[in-house]
Write a protein that binds this ligand. Structure first.
Ligand SMILES: Cc1cc2nc3c(=O)[nH]c(=O)nc-3n(C[C@H](O)[C@H](O)[C@H](O)COP(=O)(O)OP(=O)(O)OC[C@H]3O[C@@H](n4cnc5c(N)ncnc54)[C@H](O)[C@@H]3O)c2cc1C
Length: 394
């Protein structure tokens, strides 16, 4: 639905109908259904809308969805067999969970986000689409949102409006930039010349010694019902480094290794804000969730985390209205104490440590010889947080 002038005062306005915003709404519907009629979701585009993303959802995301009674297999998806972590084409491989039969799933973001938004509508939430928030202003009694369809007022606003969040800018006007850069390309299935296997996903850290602090990736996917590959390059930017090569040139080199020509494909880019435990997650009357709050610095993974933030945001909103304390001073400690927050904090730490090592020999040693140690670190410290959070709460 597009914006209309029926009412412009709400108890809660969620800005952004991506995974973070919709997860906040669905968790609220589960723990405090009385909020459904008191909430408005504002989205600048119309679902199904394009969203640049590899579409890889880790099992943590599926744990959160299952808790909401949602099953991702309702929409087209690809079960990725193995996740390979390589240096120059050689390394270690993993599956998502110890006994898992696949590493993770990929979905197409326009379909996934439209499906999620549909679930929120089914539960009775009102979503105004094609409505962009231009500015947010916080005062003692609430928040005023200036949109391209007039002003809206809310007692509480959730900024789930992504890495370039307008809501975040309203509460943190000046801050250090913690933003990763990504380029992405969709290609047909792998050419004969590629040594990558069609059902597997690949992360290759060969670019780190050149000062690009991330990896090149290659995932299997389903695009418009047909098998495809989503390829791209991730630069976490966790250290200030002048790379020896540009992102596009490095991706073109990777394409050549697999018998592809980058210039024949459409290249797109988008940033990801990464998690810094010292940065802002809330202000009085305002909560941030998903990319607007900060996601994974190590891999640029954000879908499962955006879904995870929604749970904490919903709880904080319920508590604020019960106690009439809208300071949201408990939101940050709740995030930092959670298994999700701990995993995020560790991923930022590991990104700074690991991408600080730019010797090709040491990088090769990690991936070629220490695969078992990497797998242990990933499982123990970086993933499987959703199940642990769930266990803690029951
Ligand atoms: C190239 C690339 C590849 C990626 N690959 C993966 C991957 O494979 N797996 C993974 O887990 N993560 C991946 N990510 C990260 C992932 O896409 C994000 O972390 C995730 O989308 C965050 O969800 P969100 O709901 O916080 O934000 P978003 O998905 O960005 O949703 C924000 C919503 O807010 C709306 N919005 C924005 N501004 C306004 C405004 N002013 N007013 C109203 N509405 C607004 C947007 O239209 C959007 O619908 C990738 C990111 C990029 C850039």
């Amino acid at each position: 639905m597009d914006a209309m002038s029926a009412s412009n005062h709400y108890d809660l306005i969620i800005v952004g109908a991506g995974p973070a915003g919709i997860s906040t709404a669905l968790h609220l519907a589960a723990i405090a259904p009385e909020f459904i009629s008191r909430t408005l979701i504002i989205e600048k585009q119309r679902h199904p809308r394009p969203k640049l993303c590899g579409g890889g959802i880790l099992p943590d995301g599926e744990v959160i969805l299952a808790d909401l009674g949602l099953d991702i297999t309702e929409i087209p998806h690809y079960d990725v067999d193995w996740a390979h972590f390589d240096y120059d084409g050689k390394g270690t491989r993993m599956r998502g969970e110890k006994k898992g039969k696949f590493a993770f799933r990929t979905i197409q973001r326009d379909e996934f986000d439209a499906w999620l938004a549909g679930k929120a509508r089914e539960r009775g939430f009102l979503i105004y689409e094609n409505t962009a928030v231009k500015r947010a202003a916080v005062n003692g009694s609430g928040v005023t949102l200036e949109t391209d369809h007039g002003e809206y007022h809310a007692a509480v606003v959730v900024g789930a409006d992504g890495s370039n969040s307008v809501v975040r800018r309203a509460i943190v006007p000046h801050e250090p930039i913690h933003v990763a850069r990504l380029l992405e390309v969709v290609t047909p299935p792998r050419p004969e010349a590629s040594f990558h296997k069609q059902p597997d996903s690949y992360f290759d850290f060969v670019i780190v010694p050149q000062g690009i602090l991330g990896y090149v990736w290659d995932f299997p996917a389903i695009k418009n019902g047909k098998p495809a590959r989503v390829r791209g390059i991730y630069d976490s930017n966790v250290h200030e480094v002048r790379p020896q090569i540009g992102l596009q040139a490095a991706l073109a080199e990777e394409f050549e290794r697999h018998g592809l020509d980058l210039s024949e494909h459409k290249l797109q880019s988008h940033p990801i804000r990464w998690f810094d435990h010292r940065s802002a997650f809330s202000a009085p009357r305002v909560l941030l969730a998903g990319d607007a709050a900060g996601v994974d610095a190590l891999y640029g993974e954000g879908i499962s985390l955006a879904l995870g933030y929604g749970k904490f945001a919903a709880r904080a909103i319920k508590r604020a209205f019960e106690t009439q304390d809208f300071s949201f001073r408990d939101y940050r400690p709740a995030i930092l104490r959670s298994q999700m927050g701990k995993a995020l904090r560790r991923r930022t730490w590991f990104a700074k440590f690991f991408y600080g090592i730019r010797s090709p020999h040491i990088q090769a040693l990690f991936w070629h010889k220490l695969g078992w140690a990497i797998e242990w670190i990933v499982r123990t410290f970086l993933i499987e947080w959703a199940r642990r959070d769930k266990k803690r709460q029951t």
